[in-house]
Design a binder for this molecule. Sequence first.
Ligand SMILES: Cc1cc2nc3c(=O)[nH]c(=O)nc-3n(C[C@H](O)[C@H](O)[C@H](O)COP(=O)(O)O)c2cc1C
Ligand code: SF4
Ligand code: FES
Length: 509
Amino acid sequence: MSAEQKSSVQEEIRALGGLRQGTARVVARKTGVPEAQVYGVGSFYHLLAEPEVDLRVCTGLSCRLAGAEDLLRNAQEQGLRVAGCSCLAACDRAPAQMKDRQVFWPPEAGGDLPGRVGPDGDPDTLALNLTAACRQEAPALALVQEKGPDWLFQELQQSGLQGRGGAGFPAHLKWRGVAEQKDPVRYVVLNADEGEPGTFKDREVLMRRPDLVLEGLAIAATALKAKEIYMYLRGEFLAPWQALQTALDQATSANLFPGLNFHLHAGHGAYICGEETALLEALEGKRGMPRLKPPFPVENGLWGHPTLIHNVETIACVPSIVEKGGEWFRALGKTGPGTKLYNISGHVDKPGTYEMPLGISLGQLLEVAGGMIGKLKAFSPGGASSGFLPASMADLPLDFQALQKAGSMLGSAGVVVLNETVSMPSAVECQLSFFEEESCGQCAPCRIGTRFLRECLQRFLRDRKNPQALAKVADAAWQMNEGSICGLGQAAPLPLTTALQHFPEEFQP
Ligand SMILES: Cc1cc2nc3c(=O)[nH]c(=O)nc-3n(C[C@H](O)[C@H](O)[C@H](O)COP(=O)(O)O)c2cc1C
Ligand code: SF4
Ligand code: FES
C-alpha cells in the first residue's frame, strides 16, 4: 500500500461525515487498511469521532474566564447537541466556539481574523513584520541559491534562532543534522497544529504573512535537498488554510519555487499532534501517538526518512535572517536572540499577539497590551504546560532560560494572566482536565496520572477538610515526569505542583 493510500484514511472518514457505525468497514474496503485500524484512527481524532455534535464551545482557561461555561449551559438548554472542546487558538476572542470546523466568537470580542498585532512593525527592527503586505517574490531564497547551504547554516547559527514551537532547540543544529544524513530522500514539515492553550500566534503568521512561511520552507528544502514539503495545519484553521493556499497559488503562478512540491494536510482535532513525532504519525495516516526518541526526526522522520520539522514562527523568521544576517536577528533580542511573538489573553485589556524582543518581562508585555483588568494575581507564561507563577515574578524575563530556572517554561509564549477574582484550584482543574482529555493514552504514567491528579484535586474541592486529598500529588508528579514518553505527560502535573508551591494558602485543608 502506498504512503498516500495510508494517509487518506482520515480524509475518507471525514468524507463520510465522521465515524459512525459501519464507517470503518466502508473505509477499510476502499483503502485496504484493516477495519480495526481504521476504527482506531477515526476514534482518535475529536473531529472525526464525534460527528453528531452541532456546536463546540472552548473550555480552555481564557475562554472560561470569559464565560464559556455559561455559554455551554445556555446552548444545552436550547436543545443543541453541544460539547466542550480544547483551546481553539482564538483565546484573544474568548469565549471561542466552533461549528463545522469554523471558529467564531461573540461580536464584542472583535471583528474578523486576524487579531491585534503590535506594536506596529518597524521593518528595521522587527523580524516578522506582520503588518507588511505579502510579497510576490522570494529574494531570500535567491540569496541561499547563490551562497549555498553552509553559508546559510552559519547565518542560522549566528542568529541564535531557537525553535518557537516550545522546546527552544537551536535551529541550526537540526538543519545541519538533516544535511549530514546519507539518505537522499529528505522531507521538510511545517508544524501548524497550534493547540497549546493560550497560544494563537501561528494563526496570526499564517493569516498575515503566509509568504514568509512558504519562502522559509522553500529555503529549508533547497538547502537540505528535499523535494517534498508537508504543511500540517490544525483542522480548525479554515481561514489560515485559505490564506496559505492563496499565497501558494500565487507563488505557483509566479513560478517562485520550481522543483518543490507543497502539500497541505488538515488535522482532525487532537492537541497531541502538535508533538512533532505524533504529527508525523498523523501525516502517515495513523493515530497521532508520539514516538519514542531517539531516533529524532532529523534521522528518522516522515516515512523513515530524515525530516526537518519546524514551528510556523520559527520558519517565518528564516527569510529575514537570510536577508539581514544572523547578527542582525540576534541583536533584536533582550535577554535572548531575536524577537518573539508573545500571546497574551485572560484578564488583560488588549489580548493579542505582540512581536517583542525575546526576554521582555510580563510587566512590559502588559504595558503594550493595555494593562490588566483587575489586579494581577497569577500568570501562566507559556501555555497550560508551563504551570502558574505568582504576580511577584512579573519582572522575570520571558525567555527560555529564566523561566526554566523558575520551574516553568517559555514554551509557546502563550501568556494567560489571572486577576484577584480567580480561585487557583479552579484554574488548575481547568488545565488538568485539558491534559486528561488530550493524553493520547499510549503510556500508563500519563494516561493514569492525568486522571489521578484531576481526581485528587476534585476530592480536595469536594471536601477541603480532607488532609489526604492531595497527599499523593508529588509522588504521581515525579512518576509522570520520569515515565512519560512525551512532553504532555511530563508537563501535565505542573499546573498543580506550581500552584501548590506558589499559592499554598489556597490548598489548605
Ligand atoms: C504535547 C506537545 C504539544 C506540542 N504542540 C506543538 C504545537 O502545537 N506546535 C508546535 O510548533 N510545536 C508543538 N510542540 C513542539 C514540537 O514537538 C516540536 O518541538 C516543534 O514542532 C519543533 O519545531 P521548532 O524547532 O520550530 O520549535 C509540542 C510538543 C509537545 C510535547
Ligand atoms: S506522555 Fe501522554 S500524550 Fe505523550 S505518549 Fe504518553 S500517553 Fe501519549
Ligand atoms: S480559544 Fe479558548 S482558551 Fe484558547
